[in-house]
Design a protein around this ligand. Structure first.
Ligand code: PMP
Length: 422
């Protein structure tokens, strides 16, 4: 391995000294970021990296609307939410207007993990159960309870008995009837837990199945599984932390592509374009039943600055036409990537809008080495990207929604170049 530049080596050393075993970095030669704008991260090596990885700065890095809103509000006042101020309610109403009418209450939090943690508690209260069904490589967050429903977090062992796993809705597994296969798997998982004396509380899925390897098609395949969950007395929790806020190019929310109505929707990541804002949306009776038993207060959530940042994000999605852009650029990109299939080790191109998964394989099965080689090869060519899936063999494409068709072309040409270089 080539030696790291002295400034990078020194920072890595400081990091390992203070962050210890918690220090996880990207790339053989980690990137030191100095500024960012739009679809680009600028690094200490003097290069501008085209960002096809980061979905948090969803409306573009340092979007002027968000920067201005946060600066203005933090200079005016910032306080917890047990006082009245307009921006929190302007935001709540604007956000709720994007949901089906029955989902008319929002609880704001600071992270996706807190949102899912609360969702598990609401679902347990509403159903009287404790058992959850999740997908095999799901990630839903980092609290003790949410880690238990995040099989991908386990380095040893796996989730406890009240959490049952189903395979990802993968056509390679279920053939052309993904909907029936996935529905049957959820049915069997619920039956299995009930046979063990565990009452079912809910089905929790990321509606674009990000860490499972990105599964979006055919739209509607979630319908049967949601019906099965409801028939068994449980709730359907849609985790929109990854697909939400327009990324799928088919409206604001990933669940809508499936024609289903969740009981609880959890939100995070892109919600504040980097300012920590997250939350959940649900029906009033689900929230009030829980609140009869427990208090819920979250010091930093629903603050004036958090809600100003989140409001600016909704405004930017609208003003910049980002949902239509996600659809247009995503379709163009998926089309060009599909053209590479047959000539390259690409075995599938999946996804919706600007959330795409490109799977690599060989006659020996999944090929995570190719995905890993691409991550480093693309970085050398000035493009940032990551991988997902049970075997780490799926390139995960989820750029800020402001990327253009020219950026997409640049990515495809760089992928071809890295693959050709072997
Ligand atoms: N749900 C999903 C689908 C996620 O991808 C993540 C974060 N990667 C979370 C929940 C947790 O969000 P946070 O890191 O903000 O706690």
């Amino acid at each position: 391995k080539a030696a790291l530049p002295p400034d990078i080596a020194a920072l890595v050393e400081r990091r390992i000294r203070s962050f210890g075993a918690g220090s996880v970095l990207f790339y053989d030669e980690p990137l030191k970021v100095v500024r960012a704008e739009g679809a680009y991260l600028h690094a200490s090596d003097g290069r501008a990296y085209l960002d096809f990885y980061n979905n948090v700065p969803t409306v573009g890095h340092c979007h002027p609307r968000v920067v201005e809103a946060v600066q203005r509000q933090i200079g005016a006042f910032n306080i917890h939410s047990r006082y009245l101020f307009d921006i929190a309610h302007d935001y709540a109403e604007t956000l709720l207007a994007t949901f089906p009418p029955a989902l008319s209450n929002v609880v704001l939090t600071c992270t996706g993990s807190e949102s899912n943690d609360l969702a598990l508690r609401l679902a347990a209260r509403a159903s009287g159960g404790t058992g959850f069904v999740v997908t095999r490589t799901a990630y839903h967050g980092n609290t003790a309870a949410v880690t238990e429903v995040s099989p991908s977090s386990y380095k040893r062992g796996g989730p406890p008995a009240h959490v049952r796993m189903v395979p990802a809705p993968d056509p390679a597994l279920f053939g052309n009837d993904v909907a029936q296969g996935f529905t049957d798997a959820v049915f069997a998982a619920i039956a299995g837990m009930e046979a063990d004396g565990i009452r079912f509380a809910g089905l929790l899925v990321d509606t674009i199945f990000s860490s499972d390897g990105v599964f979006a098609d055919p739209p509607g395949f979630l319908k049967g599984a949601v019906e099965v969950a409801h028939a068994a007395g449980g709730l359907f929790i849609a985790d929109e932390v990854q697909p939400g806020f327009g990324r799928t190019g088919a409206g604001m929310w990933g669940f809508a592509r499936h024609g289903v109505e969740p009981d609880i929707v959890t939100l995070g990541k892109p919600m504040g374009n980097g300012y920590p804002v997250a939350g959940l949306v649900t029906r009033p009776e689900i929230l009030s039943a829980f609140c009869a038993d427990f208090g819920y207060f979250n010091t930093f959530a629903a603050s004036p600055v958090a809600t100003a940042a989140a409001m600016a994000v909704l405004e930017a999605i609208e003003a910049d036409g980002l949902i239509a852009n996600a659809e247009r650029v995503g379709r163009h990109l998926a089309g060009r990537l599909r053209h590479l299939q047959g000539r390259t080790p690409i075995t599938a191109v999946r996804g919706a809008g600007l959330y795409l998964g490109v799977e690599f394989g060989s006659e020996n099965g999944p090929a995570p080495d190719i995905a890993k080689g691409l991550i480093n090869g693309l970085k050398q060519r000035g493009i940032l990207i990551g991988a997902a899936g049970q075997y780490g063999n799926v390139l995960k494409i989820r750029p800020p929604l402001c990327v253009t068709a020219a950026h997409a072309d640049q990515l495809v040409e760089a992928i071809e170049d890295v693959l050709a270089a072997g």
